[in-house]
Ligand binder design. Structure first.
Ligand code: ATP
Ligand code: MG
Length: 210
């Protein structure tokens, strides 16, 4: 099975920045319903700042690339999502280290490490109506697929479907984390903004890592 190069990981980040730019207003609308109407703007600001570092980042090893993304998000986003996605990429970077390519199995470990960082920091569990509701099932589906010998393409496509299912599952939920939790029962009936941006993260991966 083919490995994933640092250049492909950079393409993933670029692709994600493009999806975020395209969906910025939609993500902000979702956050207007149950939060403070800044998720799209937050993510867009962060990923535009990442793109501004393109010259450095596209020649980095995978650990340095993810670390650059992490530090940029943490220092430019401000909101909960900057700290959380920042932690995801920071933990991912420690797992990737100085490698310039990862096997699909290595990538599963990198994703799991990133998720563990988000959970440690944000303390959200499945069902709390956060990005974890999309991220955790997506990573699980990816790993299960790779472990059973399926192709990277199949594994990423299953990850996207699982993330989409996870996003759908957030709609009826009452939020238990972040600003949305202040709404109590009124947070039900809306998709979670962070779970929505997580679906885009996996869609971008499926479009750029194979
Ligand atoms: N403790 C948490 N763990 C995991 N994800 C979280 C947590 N708190 C918030 N989120 C995610 O962050 C998203 C909101 O991100 P946003 O960019 O709007 O930052 P924010 O306005 O500072 O967030 P919030 O108001 O939720 O604290 C939520 O939709 C949710 O998915
Ligand atoms: Mg917000």
């Amino acid at each position: 099975m083919s490995n994933i190069s640092a250049a492909q990981f950079f393409a993933w980040i670029e692709r994600y920045a493009a999806h975020i730019a395209e969906q910025k207003d939609y993500l902000t609308q979702l956050d207007a319903a149950i939060g403070d109407a800044d998720h799209g703007a937050n993510m867009h600001r962060g990923f535009q700042a990442v793109l501004a570092k393109k010259d450095d980042l596209q020649n980095s090893d995978i650990g340095a690339l993810f670390k650059g993304v992490a530090m940029t998000l943490i220092s430019t986003v401000g909101g909960a999502s900057g700290a959380l996605y920042g932690t995801f990429f920071l933990q991912a970077s420690t797992m990737a280290g100085t490698k310039t390519e990862l096997t699909p199995g290595d990538f599963a470990s990198v994703l799991e490490k990133g998720l563990a960082g988000i959970v440690l920091r944000g303390k959200a569990a499945i069902g709390d109506k956060t990005m974890v509701d999309a991220l955790q099932p997506a990573i699980k589906a990816y790993k299960r697929s790779i472990d059973s010998g399926e192709s990277l393409e199949q594994a990423l496509s299953k990850a996207v479907s699982a993330a989409e299912e996870g996003l759908k599952s957030t709609v009826p939920l009452v939020a238990r984390k972040g600003r949305a939790s202040y709404l109590g029962e009124r947070s039900a009936g809306h998709p979670d903004p962070g779970a929505t941006s997580t679906v885009l993260l996996f869609r971008s991966a499926a479009e750029s890592l194979t």
